[in-house]
Write a protein that binds this ligand. Structure first.
Ligand code: ACO
Length: 383
């Protein structure tokens, strides 16, 4: 007899990985041995990239080497920038990113080289280039010229610098520190849907750019990375803290909507990234002088935490919930939130793809056929 299908592949283990541990029962996240709390408090994003790609932290010289390589590789080919200027200005930024990364492959001399060295070069290059694409697109679509990356900045600083519109200015320290923490927290997360998609892609022998394109397309969905933008749209819809109780009653208790940014396939306790981002969201909101969005998020989370439906199903805020407040307070456009997620997660995707290449076997699950059998062929004219 055929096995019962495991819908959503829940609980199926598909690989052994040294990148990260996600303990959903205890709400714990570890990147190659280091607690996420330690990394969020101390690490530069490039340090995390080095850790995930090399299975150890860099020394000072190695960290500076990687920072410089990413900054150097972050420049985009002129042809790709020229193409981006032709894209519709109202395109979904994730559709834009998916297309631009796909185009990058055709201008990358390493794209079809599957050697370990070429894959490492591509991981570095894609990490730099995706940040530049995000910042450049936010300017191009508003009719401004993109600002090229600087070679002396970290990735988080370069993003803030390229976005700011002030060439030759220094990136805002508060903003780049907040972006750095965000990038550290989002870099890697076990066998999440987009990471799985990128591993499936390269397990066929396909190339790293194709794997990243699969990752971007998968991250885009509102059940995955797309939830950060959806969470912010929900907070904007609620509009005032005093509307939270009524919104919760009408849309969640009496309606059939979900609270975006709440719930997780693995976490049945608070997502540790949400706990860290909640603190950053509150601090940023206080320093910006506008606590309204944080208060709405907090009150809605409290309403869910006190509700038996959410308690029974163990539904808690996930990483997307408070990251929406952090990014909004930093003045980022809501539809750029998901590309920012990709800016960070490209490090996890490429780390996983390198693991996949190192010990590859085609990923090809099975399906139970439940359709009809033995149907007689009817010529098209008679159907
Ligand atoms: N609001 C209300 N109810 C919810 C929510 C929510 N946010 N999330 C899950 N539920 C309920 C479901 O209705 C279901 O109830 P039922 O048992 O009565 O049918 C139960 O909780 C389990 O939900 P599933 O969808 O089966 O859980 P699954 O593990 O497949 O999905 C998911 C997890 C997609 C994250 C879900 O919790 C969700 O849609 N959350 C909102 C979107 C979101 O925040 N996504 C980001 C995830 S984190 C990330 O990818 C970076």
């Amino acid at each position: 007899m055929a096995e019962v299908a495991k819908k959503g592949l829940e609980g199926i283990v598909v690989a052994e990985s040294k990148t990260s541990l996600v303990n959903g029962q205890e709400g714990k996240l570890v990147y190659h041995g280091y607690d996420i709390e330690t990394l969020a408090a101390n690490a530069q994003f490039e340090e995390v990239a080095f850790l995930l790609w090399n299975e150890r932290l860099p020394n000072k010289q190695e960290l500076e080497g990687l920072r410089a390589s990413i900054a150097h590789e972050a420049a985009l080919p002129a042809d790709v920038l020229a193409q981006m200027r032709q894209y519709p200005k109202d395109a979904d930024p994730m559709a834009m990113l998916r297309t631009a990364v796909s185009a990058l492959a055709m201008f990358d001399k390493d794209s079809e080289d599957q050697s370990v060295e070429a894959n490492r070069r591509k991981a570095i290059r894609l990490t730099g280039q995706i940040t530049t694409i995000c910042a450049a697109w936010n300017r191009i679509r508003k009719g401004h010229d993109p600002i090229p990356p600087r070679k002396d900045l970290t990735l988080a600083q370069n993003f803030v610098y390229m976005l700011s519109g002030k060439a030759n200015s220094e990136p805002d320290l508060t903003a780049s520190n907040a972006i750095n923490v965000y990038l550290v927290l989002l870099a890697e997360h076990g066998m999440n849907a987009s990471t799985f998609a990128s591993r499936v892609t390269v397990a066929t022998g396909s190339d790293m750019h194709s794997g990243v394109v699969s990752g971007i397309g998968t991250l885009k969905g509102p059940s995955h990375g797309g939830a950060n933008a959806e969470a912010m749209r929900m907070f904007l819809e609620i509009d005032e803290p005093e509307n939270v109780a009524n919104w919760f009653k009408t849309n969640i208790k009496e309606g059939d909507r979900r609270i975006m940014g709440i719930g997780h396939r693995i976490y049945k306790a608070l997502d540790p990234r949400a706990a860290i981002l909640e603190q950053h969201a509150e601090a940023l909101a206080k320093s910006s002088g506008n606590l309204k969005w944080f208060q709405i998020a907090k009150q809605l989370a409290d309403a869910a935490r006190a509700d038996s439906y959410f308690i029974e199903r163990k539904l808690y805020p996930n990483v997307d919930y408070y990251s929406a407040i952090v990014l909004y307070t930093l003045d980022l456009d809501v539809d750029m939130f998901v590309p920012l997620f990709a800016m960070s997660r490209v490090v996890g995707w490429t780390a996983h793809m390198m693991e996949q290449f190192a010990n590859n076997r085609l990923i090809r699950p099975d399906v139970n056929y439940v359709g009809p059998m033995g149907l007689a062929w009817v010529p098209v004219e008679q159907r």
